[in-house]
Ligand binder design. Structure first.
Ligand SMILES: [Zn+2]
Length: 364
């Protein structure tokens, strides 16, 4: 699992001559075809071959062709045949395509990713127990060190209890248990500082638990679901990712609103033409693109200028011949990531559609 510790370990790897290859690829299969990914790799392969060898390159190619997961959006390779280094990270966020060769791995894009991605904490409980998971970068991990819970006192040696008293006793215990879980999850939060909370469990305890969680955590509550306690990890991951998806949609529509506001203050643009001009001026701060939006156009391979004017034959900046491009959005994304802009893909959003499927919040 990718975390800050992993990155630190990576950074400790050193070679005498610059022979460590750090390769970052945008493998977002919602917007890039396998062919486009292959071409990107081909364009970067000279640098890889020069520092490593043909075998390493074909190993990378094979990995992308055969083992790339459907949900992966970014791939990072750290490779050095000399010291037997072969490390891959598949992450749910796109990278700017690049190769860096140095005496140690180039980790900045990974650090940025860790910084931007939200950490989810999932608490599952029933009348007797609780489990805690963290969900991060599309992966789930169970934390077994979080709770010490009150035991149900003497189930067996209280045999003489009447039914009603037993019932009362159980209720008291459940209340104690819920309070205890709520308290402990709050101190877990203070130590680990996750971004959002998901709560799950049986319908007997979940509403009561929700009432009892600390107000800080209530603000971070992303969702809840009913479940049995002893389900496999995969189940909790899938349920959590569904909620994460809803949160993403929510964030997207907030961003679209922010884009609308920024247009009023002349700090935002919409429509491909205006966005391209802003990209050319290096003003992109956040680029919003509707998923599935593509457009033919022309590009200058020399300076990277992108145009949607079909008649444009020569680049106005460097006088090179403009080339036909099947999809200029693809090029624009590269330009945006190069400017260190945030790229947000927006799913089915009527407002953004009306604004021409694309818009950008500007830096200046
Ligand atoms: Zn040019």
């Amino acid at each position: 699992m990718l975390n800050i510790q992993e990155i630190k370990t990576l950074e400790e790897i050193k070679t005498k001559t610059p022979s460590i290859i750090s390769l970052y690829l945008n493998c977002d299969q919602r917007v890039r075809t396998p062919e486009q990914i292959r071409i990107t790799l081909k364009n970067l392969s000279k640098e890889i071959e020069a520092k490593a060898d043909k075998r390493t390159l074909s190993k990378i190619k094979d990995y992308i062709k055969l083992r790339l997961k459907p949900g992966t959006r970014g791939l990072a390779f750290f490779v050095c045949p000399k010291i037997d280094l072969w490390k891959i990270y598949e992450v749910p966020r796109a990278f700017f395509n690049q190769v860096v060769c140095d005496t140690s791995p180039y980790t900045r894009p990974l650090i940025k990713l860790l910084d931007e991605f939200e950490r989810y904490c999932v608490v599952v409980l029933d009348k007797e127990k609780a489990r805690v998971f963290t969900v991060y970068l599309g992966e789930i991990e169970e934390r077994k060190d979080v709770f010490s819970l009150p035991k149900f006192p003497g189930k067996h040696d209280q045999g003489g209890w009447r039914q009603a008293r037993m019932q009362r006793h159980t209720e008291v215990h459940i209340t104690r248990l819920i309070n205890s879980i709520a308290k402990q999850i709050f101190s877990f939060f203070r130590k680990n500082n996750f971004d959002r909370l998901i709560i799950a469990g049986s319908k007997e305890v979940l509403p009561e638990f929700e009432k009892n969680i600390h107000s800080y955590l209530k603000q971070r509550l992303a969702g809840k679901f009913l479940t049995e306690m002893f389900m496999p990890l995969k189940h909790f991951l899938d349920q959590s990712l569904k909620i994460e998806e809803q949160v993403e949609r929510q964030k997207e529509s907030e961003l679209v609103s922010k884009l609308k506001e920024s247009i009023g203050r002349a700090k935002g643009v919409t429509g491909l033409g205006k966005v391209l001009s802003a990209a050319q001026r290096k003003e992109l701060q956040t680029l919003l693109v509707l998923i599935g939006f593509r457009r033919k156009g022309k590009v200058c391979d020399d300076c990277g200028f992108i145009s949607i004017i079909p008649q444009l034959k020569v680049c106005p900046y460097c006088k090179e011949k403009m080339k036909e491009a099947e999809d200029v959005i693809e090029r624009l994304l590269e330009v945006a990531l190069e400017q260190d802009a945030k790229v947000e893909f927006v799913k089915d959003n009527k407002d953004l559609e009306k604004m021409g499927n694309i818009g950008a919040i500007l830096r200046f």
